[in-house]
Ligand binder design. Structure first.
Ligand code: BDR
Ligand code: CA
Length: 331
């Protein structure tokens, strides 16, 4: 017979034990719930592949300062600036954010087949809106960017979101080197392309224009891919109103972002735009919260052979009409 039945207050004791057990199982349920919620809300592991770049810098700071994201690596690709300048910029930015533990790796040195066309006219002589950041306290990671992508994907299968916000050279090289990463990548959220016109010429958006062959590899790889293209990014204008808000608070990172945004807003004004598009920050924004955009499913090809298009936006090719008339029926 259990000892407690022999006690005068056996029933009380039994009740007490029952209550304790109930309390314990409630606690266990709660613990499981909390752990499950924590696991559910665990930050998303991302690799940011970038060509820094003024809006890349904003995207990078957004990623580094978002608790929803766990930036596992930053890989650098040439685009807005050369590979060497981009690497220097990435290191200075990560240093400014005091995040030297995040690996920053150099990647491809040029596009797969095309000649690199940089964009200092837009991003400033150093790619960072002419702002001189202090030299970096962080050291470059010795690994080759695409190899680092491959390594991290294998180390965390089905958990890594790849966020390329520059030309797609590094991502394409990673696939070419090890195609087995494709089904192991959780998803790709990239800034690039446009389904209704470009910003470099009538058809092409800058990231795709810089390395169309790499883009075709990435778009056809077969992994889940969200294209944050010009169609949506052009709607995210940072205007004077937001600039004023940014300028009302201060800090190292804040002041840098304010300076870069100010530079871009005044440059955009010269092109007749009331604000500057948040291209790369939007891709990071979608990684943080996919509900920011609507993304209908479609097949996207990168045309590298000869599709003809006419510029629909008046600022593209302004003053360079080749006297070609676009025929359209009006019925
Ligand atoms: C894209 O091109 C670059 O200039 C920007 O950083 C962005 O990634 C926009 O077309
Ligand atoms: Ca970019």
């Amino acid at each position: 017979m259990p000892t407690y039945f022999r006690r005068p207050n056996a029933l009380k004791y039994f009740k007490h034990r029952t209550r304790t057990r109930t309390a314990r199982s409630l606690f266990q349920t709660l613990l499981i719930f909390v752990l499950a919620t924590a696991a559910f809300a665990a930050p998303k592991k991302i690799i940011l592949d970038t060509d820094p770049g003024s809006d890349d810098a904003m995207a990078l700071m957004l990623a580094l300062n978002s608790p929803e994201l766990d930036v596992r690596a930053i890989t650098v690709v040439p685009g807005n600036v050369t590979a060497a300048q981009g690497l220097d910029n990435a290191l200075r930015l990560v240093s400014l954010a005091n995040r030297c533990h995040i690996p920053v790796a150099a990647g491809a040195q040029h596009p797969l087949y095309q000649k690199l066309i940089t964009a200092e006219f837009w991003h400033g002589h150093n790619g960072l809106a002419d702002i001189e950041l202090p030299p970096s306290k962080c050291k470059v990671d010795a690994r080759f960017g695409p190899d680092l992508i491959i390594q991290l994907v294998h180390a965390s299968p089905h958990q890594i979101t790849l966020v390329p916000v520059g030309p797609l050279t590094n991502s394409a090289v990673a696939i070419e080197k090890d195609a087995s990463i494709v089904p192991l990548v959780k998803e790709v959220i990239l800034m690039g392309g446009g389904i209704s016109g470009g910003n470099v010429n009538a058809a092409a958006e800058a990231n795709i224009y810089n390395d169309p062959e790499a883009a075709q590899v990435v778009f056809q790889a077969g992994w889940p891919l969200t294209m944050v293209g010009l169609d949506v990014a052009n709607k995210t204008l940072l205007t004077q109103k937001y600039l004023d808000q940014l300028g009302s608070t201060h800090g190292q990172v804040n002041d840098f972002i304010y300076g870069a945004a100010k530079y871009l807003v005044s440059l955009s004004a010269k092109f007749g735009s009331p604000g500057t598009a948040m291209y790369d920050p939007l891709a990071v924004g979608v990684a943080i919260d996919s509900k920011l955009v609507e993304a209908p499913e479609m097949h996207v090809d990168i045309e590298t052979r000869g599709h003809s298009l006419a510029a629909k936006r008046s600022h593209i090719g302004k003053g360079t009409s080749n006297k070609t008339f676009w025929m359209e029926t009006t019925t």
